[in-house]
Design a protein around this ligand. Structure first.
Ligand SMILES: [Zn+2]
Ligand SMILES: [Zn+2]
Length: 431
């Protein structure tokens, strides 16, 4: 049964006590609400690509020190972690925000729009917080500030994690941020009992939270297939081995395999080729062809099964044509699975924070998130925070990664209130 917060806590932080089912999105302490907007706009104007978030990390660390915390910095390589210890014993809850921006040239026209530029994989690009990670950083800074203000009343510990490179490292072959932080000992001070994460989302209205138990976001693999044939004149294909035709056959056969051999009812699968590169001229059959794509799955066994079948199809078609095929698959992020027991405990907190009517069950998302790396180590719960103002249709709004993505800043307060409420309830072990 749900207990109310102690009265003193409610005075300490009115925003955590939004037990009213009709709590408005913006009802934070006014000074914190304004700070959230200021932090977010500053971060937005100074976006940094993955593993290069030095200014962002410095801002975060400075803020945490100002709250009396002792952040560890430079984890993987720009990550920041701090532990906030309450006055009473209790569980250890981790909260995670990602800090990186994208190689996108901003087109919002906002007064605080980014004009930053950088080099990304050899190309000069604009840099923009097009996925809203500026919102995530501001929200977690706000949650940390609220929690620091009630330390004396808190049970347990809260670990705040500011992570680099969620969108991937700037150079191929480098490790994504969450995995790298884990490899570099983010949990060395003590493994948390649970971890929470959130993402701003144009597909929901401001004030809405999207959540589901179990598999939520896909596993993302990057696959690369090289088909080696034999170069010859385009007018005499029988003199060589055409790798383009074989590559096309393999690609089409993978789609038949998904439709005919995989139980996609239990666990959907998407396999897409995003690149098909071969040849230099219209009348030369080239030596080789290269296909690169992504595989999205929700279940580790299904993933392995699909990869094994893909490999068999590639080898079979290549052999039949006298070619050679080589498939390599790199996992960028496992599926994000909300731990069912944790999800059961967190759901009432989300409902208390924004009102039960405003918590919607999310459909499976085929996007991926490396929050899953943490959630594979400790039970995790990940939810979406709506950013489309009421009165506008989420279906027509520019979505995350668009150069026009302009999340409603009222969602900052919603994010803080929701994350804070879930954290306090877990610390107090409220059911
Ligand atoms: Zn993104
Ligand atoms: Zn994102």
């Amino acid at each position: 049964m749900r207990r109310s917060l102690p009265l003193s806590l409610c005075f300490a932080v009115a925003l955590a006590c939004g037990t009213s089912v009709h709590a408005a999105p913006g009802d934070l302490a006014p000074d914190l609400a304004q700070k959230l907007v200021d932090w977010r706009r500053d971060l937005h104007q100074h976006p940094e690509l993955g593993n290069q978030e030095t200014r962002t990390a410095a801002k975060v660390a400075e803020h945490l020190r100002g709250l009396g915390l002792e952040p560890r910095t430079g984890i993987g390589p720009t990550g920041v972690v701090a532990v906030l210890t309450g006055a009473r014993p209790g569980p250890r809850i981790a909260l995670r925000a990602d800090m990186d921006a994208l190689p996108v040239t901003e087109a919002t026209g906002l007064p605080f729009a980014s004009t930053a530029r950088a080099t990304y994989r050899g190309q000069e690009v604009g840099v923009m917080h097009a996925c809203g990670h500026d919102m995530h950083v501001a929200i977690l800074m706000g949650v940390a500030e609220a929690l620091a203000g009630m330390r004396e009343q808190l049970a347990g510990e809260v670990v705040v994690i500011f992570q680099p490179a969620e969108e991937g490292p700037p150079e191929p072959g480098e490790v994504f941020g969450a995995k790298r932080m884990l490899d570099e000992g983010v949990f060395d001070d003590g493994t948390p009992d649970a971890i929470l994460g959130l993402h701003v989302w144009a597909g929901l209205h401001t004030g809405q939270i999207g959540f589901r138990s179990g598999p939520s976001l896909a596993s993302a693999d990057e696959w690369s297939l090289t088909v080696t044939g034999q170069q010859t004149h385009g007018s005499r294909p029988w003199d060589g081995v055409d790798p383009i035709t074989v590559g096309a056959q393999i690609l089409l056969a993978t789609q038949s395999m998904l439709a005919r051999q995989i139980n996609i009812v239990d666990s959907p699968v998407v396999l897409t080729a995003g690149q098909f590169q071969s040849g230099v001229r219209f009348n030369i059959i080239p030596d080789d062809a290269r296909l690169v794509g992504t595989l999205r799955t929700y279940d580790a066994d299904v993933r392995e099964d699909v990869i094994a079948r893909f490999e068999r199809i590639a080898n079979g078609h290549a052999e039949a044509a006298g070619a050679k095929a080589e498939l390599s698959v790199v996992n960028n992020a496992p599926a994000t699975v909300n731990d069912p027991e944790l999800a059961r405990r967190v759901l009432p907190s989300l409902q208390a924070a924004v009102g039960a009517d405003n918590v919607v069950e999310m459909p499976l998302q085929t996007i991926a998130e490396d929050f899953s790396q943490f959630a594979n180590v400790v039970p995790g719960a990940y939810f979406f925070v709506g950013t489309t103002p009421r009165g506008q249709d989420p279906a027509t709004m520019p979505i995350n990664h668009s150069p026009h993505y302009a999340p409603d800043e009222a969602a900052l307060a919603v994010g803080v209130r929701t994350m804070l409420r879930a954290t306090l309830d877990l610390l107090e072990q409220r059911e």
